[in-house]
Design a protein around this ligand. Sequence first.
Ligand code: BJ8
Length: 385
Amino acid sequence: MELKKDLPLVFEEFNEQRKKSFLRIKEIKDQGTPVIGVFCTYFPQEIAMAMGACVVGLCSTSDETVADAEKDLPKNLCPLIKSSYGFAKTDKCPFFYFSDLVVGETTCDGKKKMYEHLAEFKPVHVMELPNRQSENGYKMYRDEIIRFKEVLEEQFEVVITEDQIRKAIHQRNEERLALKSLYELMQMDPVPMKGEQLYSVLFGSTFRFDKEQVVKEIYALIDRIKKEYAEGKHLEKMPRILITGSPSSGGAMKVVRAIEDNGAVVVAYENCGGSKSCDENVDENNPDVYDALAHRYLNIGCACMSPNPRRLNLMGRLIEEYKPDAVVEIVLQSCHPYSVESGKIEKFVQDNYDLPYMKIETDYSTTDVGQINTRIAALIEMLKN
Ligand code: BJ8
């Protein structure tokens, strides 16, 4: 990253990263590097990284291919699942196209069943994810991680050593630490950047394959932001919002835009893509790398876990650290795990922190932008008074 560039331009470049990587992935493939396509934050990336593979996120977030997906899948299915399947089926996503292996996890029912359709035209491996963070669950996921390593070894005719896994763990930890240091800047009041700008870096960095370089760029960005902040270059004081719920990338970012267009700022993302992805690192002191990975990943507080106390723990900590004035939950349509859990979340933030809570159920279309805008505007008006 050139330090001469204006900060908005740096954010814009991260924002464009997914598209830019469409070309890069072909080069990577042409060089003979295996490409592993993934769907979920529970995926232990370090195992694939240990054999030098390139890991790409396949969750699609536009409604462009939803109609194609609905020929095979029911209409009342979560848009993330339909969009992802639609891009795979129509060969419109280069990441799908170049993936040698697609890896899914047994998270929500919709995704699980979609993988069966996907396996008809793509090599798919599904990791069995326990639904409970119990001792048995951790043991089971540890075994499952080893099984996945063996699948890679067999398919790509390689040996993956524990030393290689340890190096990958360190590299991913460094990346998570850098991203966490960036989003922690939002604890400042007033904030140094918009929540949408922050998200462009969090999301864009997942499509950067030069991991060491991206870590350097993120720290350079943090230094720049701190320097400019000290010079008084920051946003005005405004109502602070914490986002939770289903992943908010792509089409669902309309909620974040509505918040920021109406004079508030998103200070924290509890959901995947934000703190769920970066909050915890893998324990590098654990001599059993598989156990360390199983604990780090199974600790994620996704609504697919039942019960799911870790989501509340993280949410409570974020509320204390980021001091939001309200919590907005994005629930993708037909996302039953987050929709059913939303009542608990509302009660948790109201009873423990006396914060207003708003649930927004949406998809990737633009049909509800006006309605979302009206509801968010009313919430922010209330916060300002
Ligand atoms: S760890 S949030 S990435 S499962 S939105 S497909 S849950 S019906 S994306 Fe997720 Fe992993 Fe959990 Fe994160 Fe199903 Fe809901 Fe759709 Fe979802």
